[in-house]
Design a protein around this ligand. Structure first.
Ligand code: ZN
Length: 290
């Protein structure tokens, strides 16, 4: 055997060995070769429905639809104090608001979660889009860290920079079978898409801001607001380009009195009354405009 051939074989051997292992891997149980990890996940028995949440309230699809999003859930508790967990407080608030809205039957309601389940952040806004929601409200409760005596609710809308970033992303999405505000993006060229999405996002931002103002107005004297109650931030959950969205930080879990109030029946009721009023006024204005 020539020296060259020997060297050649020496280099070829590991490649051949890997190739052989790969071929064998198809027939030999994977753990034997350790080719990859096998992760087993216990699936539900199939009785749980996967997909979009139920739309509650009037069956008339022309009625406005609000999607209520209780933050966190499942393995993600949100802010935790000695006595309270954000995920439980916000679910209580979300349920109270749902019940309040369903009382008079003028508004349709869906909840991103109505139990202790975990939903990925981006999915929450996508649920609202997929249902064709007219309004999205995400409910959270804050942490003040070590600062004592911090109280009050804040109302967040998507910041302007985050808003145009999100618009750009939607516009260049490769999967442009996307329909935004009734405009089919697959039928447009990219620069037109960018303008359409930008316009849609701008209008959505204005409507979000209007809803935020209504919450602040209707909550005066009823809810405790943080001194700087209106805020904007780059929040993933608010990024849908065509569903007006607000994130309501209902108060501070880390403030024992406030947490107690938010978790109480009266606290929930007060929250639900204010938010339901703001939502109804918002929809009444929208329908007056069109
Ligand atoms: Zn939160």
């Amino acid at each position: 055997m020539s020296y060259r051939l020997q060297i050649g074989l020496l280099f070829a051997f590991p490649v051949l060995l890997l190739g052989a292992l790969y071929v064998l891997g198809a027939s030999i149980p994977v753990p034997v070769l350790g080719r990859e990890y096998v992760v087993r996940i216990a699936l539900s028995d199939g009785s749980a429905t996967i997909g979009l949440p139920e739309v509650l309230g009037p069956s008339d699809p022309s009625r406005p639809l609000v999607v209520i999003d209780a933050g966190h859930g499942g393995p993600d508790p949100g802010t935790v104090s000695e006595t309270h967990r954000e995920k439980a407080i916000v679910l209580g608030l979300a349920r109270a608001l749902r019940d309040k809205l369903l009382e008079d039957g003028s508004v349709r309601v869906a909840m991103t979660r109505d139990d202790d389940s975990f939903i990925v952040l981006e999915e929450r806004a996508e649920i609202a889009r997929a249902l064709g929601a007219d309004l999205f409200l995400s409910i959270h409760a804050d942490s003040a860290g070590d600062r004592e005596g911090v109280t009050g609710a804040s109302i967040y809308t998507l910041s302007e920079t985050a808003s145009s970033e999100a618009a750009a992303r939607y516009a260049e999405k490769e999967n442009s079978a996307d329909v935004i505000n009734g405009v089919d993006l697959s039928a447009q060229d990219e620069s037109v898409n960018a303008i359409l999405v930008e316009l849609s996002q701008r209008r959505t931002s204005e409507e979000s801001a209007e809803f935020a103002s209504l919450i602040e107005r209707e909550g005066q004297g009823e809810l405790v607001f943080h001194p700087q109650a209106r805020r904007s931030a780059a929040l993933a959950v608010l990024r849908a380009p065509d569903v007006p969205a607000v994130l309501f930080e209902s108060g501070f879990v880390t403030n024992p009195e406030e947490a107690e109030r938010l978790a109480s029946v009266e606290g929930r009721e007060r929250f639900a009354e204010v938010l339901a009023r703001a939502i109804r006024i918002y929809f009444a204005r929208q329908s007056a405009e069109t």
